[in-house]
Design a protein around this ligand. Structure first.
Ligand SMILES: [Fe+2]
Ligand SMILES: [Fe+2]
Length: 194
């Protein structure tokens, strides 16, 4: 498994969390049954995924390697990835703030914007950035990145960071994405033509 395989596997885990967040935000919009603490836990899980796992590997390992082979650091795809990561961080902070304030309208607006934004970002990386990078990077560069990512993963595993983030994510996914009404809406959505 190279760096791109592992980043895409992390995308699939992140998508489960986004599905759970959509469900939680939808429930918050409809009634008082969703505690603000759960929305803050979504913010914790997304921040953990960002700072301790996924985005940090893209920013510290992948993007510098692309700059090394001649891509501009300040424009094009690299700049776009950095901007989107920052936008996502701002949306997570806004979600935390709205949930603390109990502002349901804002929770819904920020929450759904965040999940849309994250899905678009994932789609761009899976279908454009990663295939492009794969086609341009040499085998030694790929090996160097994969080794750097493995060393980073090892450090985070040893420190217990991955287990902590996974525990929050798994709990939220089990409680929201596995709800029958969430599964039902997923099935209905998959069956539509538009
Ligand atoms: Fe990213
Ligand atoms: Fe990513």
């Amino acid at each position: 498994m190279d760096l791109f395989d592992s980043l895409m596997a992390e995308h699939r885990l992140y998508e489960q969390l986004l599905e759970a967040l959509d469900q939680c935000v939808g429930m918050a919009e409809q009634g008082p049954e969703v505690p603000a603490a759960d929305l803050s836990r979504f913010a914790d899980a997304i921040e953990g995924f960002d700072r301790l796992c996924h985005q940090v590997k893209e920013e510290r390992i992948l993007l510098p390697m692309l700059v090394e082979i001649g891509m501009s650091a300040d424009s094009g795809m690299i700049a776009a990835v950095r901007v989107e990561h920052e936008e996502e961080r701002e949306l997570v902070q806004a979600l935390r703030k709205a949930s603390t304030a109990g502002d349901v309208e804002r929770i819904a607006s920020v929450g759904f914007t965040l999940t849309d934004h994250a899905r678009c970002h994932i789609y761009t990386e899976d279908t454009l950035l990663f295939p492009f990078a794969r086609s341009r990077l040499s085998v030694p560069s790929m090996d160097k990145m994969t080794a750097a990512a493995a060393a980073f993963d090892h450090k985070m595993l040893e420190a217990g960071e991955y287990a902590a983030v996974a525990a929050i994510r798994d709990d939220l996914v089990a409680r929201y994405a596995a709800r029958p009404d969430c599964i039902q809406s997923r099935v209905s959505w998959a069956g539509t033509d538009d």
